[in-house]
Write a protein that binds this ligand. Structure first.
Ligand SMILES: Cc1cc2nc3c(=O)[nH]c(=O)nc-3n(C[C@H](O)[C@H](O)[C@H](O)COP(=O)(O)OP(=O)(O)OC[C@H]3O[C@@H](n4cnc5c(N)ncnc54)[C@H](O)[C@@H]3O)c2cc1C
Length: 403
């Protein structure tokens, strides 16, 4: 229950979010319903509009937002889907708008059952950010570095921040949400307060991504997503190739390969990889029809990692969401879905219990754990099959009643 606030007992409620990526911005939107202030601490300089930024290097690679994630974000930010499509995102029906060779065979192109939103990640994030920045309760502190947490081993009370002008400040908060992504330093911040280390599992298939933007050939405006997947049952490195039509009449072409079969950053070898090394040459045959617009960019940020923050049974005031709790191999395309569903769970819990309720962070961390667990099972369970994969796919299943 939300505690009633009489005039004499009123205290301003503040939440701090670490990271202004997609998870951070969605968490901020959820928190803005119940907090008087939501302060988002972001290390990066945020561009106005859909421009690349240092803190989001994965934006150079194909990002698909599945309908489940789009619906969860729409529930948090009503009208966002229209804003995305007005900004050039394509709503592509599934499986109708997908030409895809799965591990088994070509997928049938049945009438729409689900959809994806196809646009660049910079565009996707800039629209969400624009909505949040217009909210009177949300303040984003750019070029601000998080130095650590304040509090004790049982309760996080706020954060220490170095601001853009190098001054150091402390922000007290009812709740601190870590949404600082794959490189989260939460284990270190918590250790400094004396909090016991959380268990961490990892599975690494050695996957590398290579991507480049192309100008789409004239007349290809309605091109479906074209994708050739690997087959983890075959004892060879898994290689894939995908064309995602994005805003600005461009194709974002992404190749991937697991250990022993990675693509390189060579523009000359790009189409050949898709034509000769992937299970079917369709993507490689299409690439020469388009004009390259960028260099080939590589990403090795593909290790599946899971930190079991939900097992910290007694810690109050601190919540970890998005890639900060579990980044996955991006090939499965569900990082943003888990982030969106987790922010949705945060909103529902805040609506039910308010911001300053005892046990709030634990409640949300547990509510999100089964979503994280499902995504982990899929990604880690498959990746461990590829030659040279390291880690262990044995996971603690966290079903709806588990965790
Ligand atoms: C190559 C690639 C392709 C992908 N494709 C897909 C896809 O198709 N579909 C999908 O759903 N997912 C995909 N993903 C996953 C998706 O990118 C992530 O799940 C998503 O970005 C997670 O968002 P986040 O906000 O948790 O983290 P991030 O996007 O990493 O944002 C973290 C933010 O925190 C900031 N930050 C970091 N440290 C600090 C600090 N100490 N202080 C202050 N700020 C800090 C960063 O600057 C950044 O702004 C892909 C990932 C990769 C690498």
């Amino acid at each position: 229950m939300t505690p009633s606030r009489t005039r004499s007992s009123y205290r301003r409620r503040r939440a701090v979010v670490i990271g202004a990526g997609l998870t951070g911005m969605l968490a901020a939107a959820a928190l803005a319903e119940v907090a008087d202030e939501v302060d988002v601490i972001e290390r990066d300089t945020l561009p106005t509009g859909p421009r690349p930024r240092q803190g989001l290097p994965q934006a150079h690679h194909a990002h698909l937002l599945w309908s489940g994630a789009a619906r969860a974000i729409e529930a948090l930010l009503p009208g966002i889907t229209d804003l995305w499509t007005a900004a050039g995102a394509r709503r592509i029906p599934l499986p109708t708008g997908l030409v895809s060779m799965s591990a088994a065979d070509w997928l049938p192109r049945w009438p729409e059952m689900q959809f994806v939103l196809a646009c660049s990640r910079d565009r996707l994030d800039s629209v969400v950010r624009g909505r949040d920045l217009a909210h009177p309760v949300i303040t984003v502190h750019e070029q601000a570095d998080l130095l650590g947490l304040t509090g004790t081993a049982r309760r996080v009370c706020g954060v220490r921040v170095r601001a853009r002008d190098r001054t150091e400040t402390t922000l007290d908060a009812d709740l601190v949400v870590d949404a600082s992504g794959r490189g989260s330093r939460a284990p270190r911040w918590l250790a400094a307060l004396g909090v016991p280390a959380v268990r961490e599992d990892a599975v690494d298939s050695g996957l590398a991504y290579a991507s480049s933007f192309f100008r789409a050939p004239a007349g290809s405006e309605q091109l479906p997503i074209v994708n050739v997947q690997s087959d983890p049952r075959r004892p060879v490195p898994g290689r894939t190739a995908t064309i995602v039509p994005v805003e600005g009449a461009r194709w974002l072409v992404t190749l991937s390969g697991t250990r022993g079969g990675q693509p390189t950053g060579s523009a000359d070898a790009f189409a050949d990889f898709a034509r000769l090394l992937v299970r079917h040459p369709i993507v490689g045959d299409l690439i020469p029809r388009a004009e390259p617009l960028t260099d080939v960019r590589i990403s090795h940020s593909t290790v599946n990692r899971r930190r079991f923050h939900e097992k910290l049974a007694t810690l109050e005031g601190f919540l970890v969401l998005g890639d900060a709790v579990a980044p996955y191999n991006p090939l499965y395309g569900h990082g943003m879905s888990v982030a969106a569903q987790s922010a949705h769970a945060l909103r529902d819990t805040l609506r039910a219990y308010g911001l300053a309720t005892h046990g709030l962070a634990r409640r949300v961390q547990k509510a999100t754990a089964h979503r994280v667990g499902t995504a982990w099972d899929l990604a880690a369970g498959q990746d461990i099959l590829y030659p040279g994969a390291s880690g262990s796919a044995t996971v603690e299943r966290t079903g709806p009643h588990g965790g």
